[in-house]
Design a protein around this ligand. Structure first.
Ligand code: NAD
Length: 268
């Protein structure tokens, strides 16, 4: 088994609510590989849980940053320049859509809900990359989290699907512009996972159950599996990979139909 040693490396993780968060799944792998991590959180109410999670990892730094509030991203990066230093990784695990935009028809999406969703869920990755740029070491890996609804229709995912499509395109353009500096930018397209953000998606349980039935592996992927891909993509093992959207969904997105009910593909 290949061991990844990230000692001496530093990463910023944006968007951890609790131990189920995909941001934490990736952070945990980076921390266990020896990296030092800074975390940004949206709201002071999230800080105690983040303090609890990071307690075993000396040197972790916690900073508040609501990416929807003017000036907070800039303040985050000027603080990191002083208190943390250079970066070898950045994990953007932030997404938000107002409830009304996911409960109703896509046709009825309000302009303000569209703008807010795309600003928080997609623009913030671009803005974070720009803020981080002066701190990035050659070989650094930037990562974001997306979902297959950018490619195919998942009823009620609505404007969030548009934000994910924007996020994936943002990934490619950032990869192009940061490539000459030796910085890589990739997206992980995760399968449905039970997290706080997922709970706010109407019909999430049926998405989750459908994914398990449809996936080539006949099960949902796990947070730990997302974490391991995150570790790989941030690490020098992925030195030739940039601008990619890589799926960790048990092979759900390759299937046009649920698995053969006759069980032909199942071992006898
Ligand atoms: P989560 O609720 O654990 O994390 C989402 C985070 O986004 C939270 O920490 C929240 O505080 C943060 N956030 C929202 N608005 C913010 C703002 N204005 N400023 C700063 N932070 C803000 O849920 P998660 O499922 O781990 O979500 C992480 C990412 O993974 C999201 O982009 C989500 O769309 C994506 N994703 C999730 C799934 C899934 O099924 N859970 C699947 C594919 C992709």
């Amino acid at each position: 088994m290949i061991q990844v040693d990230l000692s001496g490396k530093q990463a910023l993780i944006m968007g951890v609510t609790n131990a189920r968060s995909l941001g934490w799944a990736i952070a945990e792998q980076l921390l266990q590989a020896g990296a030092r991590c800074a975390f940004s959180y949206q709201d002071e109410r999230q800080r105690p849980e983040l303090e609890r999670l990071t307690a075993p990892y000396a040197g972790s730094l916690l900073r508040r940053c609501d990416v929807g509030v003017e000036g907070e991203l800039e303040a985050l990066f000027s603080g990191l320049t002083q208190d943390f230093g250079r970066l070898d990784g950045l994990v953007h695990a932030i997404g938000f859509a107002p409830k009304a935009a996911m409960e109703g028809r896509f046709l009825d999406t309000a302009r303000s809900d569209w703008t807010l969703t795309l600003e928080v869920s997609a623009y913030s990755f671009l803005a974070a990359a720009r803020g981080a740029e002066p701190l990035l070491n050659r070989g650094a890996g930037l990562l974001t989290l997306t979902y297959h609804a950018s490619q195919q229709v998942y009823p009620r995912y609505n404007v969030m699907a548009v934000a994910k499509a924007a996020l994936e395109t943002t990934t490619r353009y950032l990869a192009y512009e940061l490539g000459p500096a030796g910085v890589r930018v990739n997206a992980i397209s995760a399968g449905a996972m039970r997290t706080v953000a997922a709970r706010s998606i109407p019909g999430f349980s049926s998405m989750y159950d459908h994914a398990a039935r449809t996936a080539a592996l006949q099960r949902n992927a796990t947070q730990e599996e997302v974490g391991r891909l995150g570790l790989f993509l941030v690490s020098p093992l992925a030195s030739g990979i940039t601008g990619e959207v890589i799926y960790v969904d048990g092979g759900q997105h390759i299937m046009a139909m649920p698995a053969d009910p006759s069980g032909v593909a199942k071992p006898s």
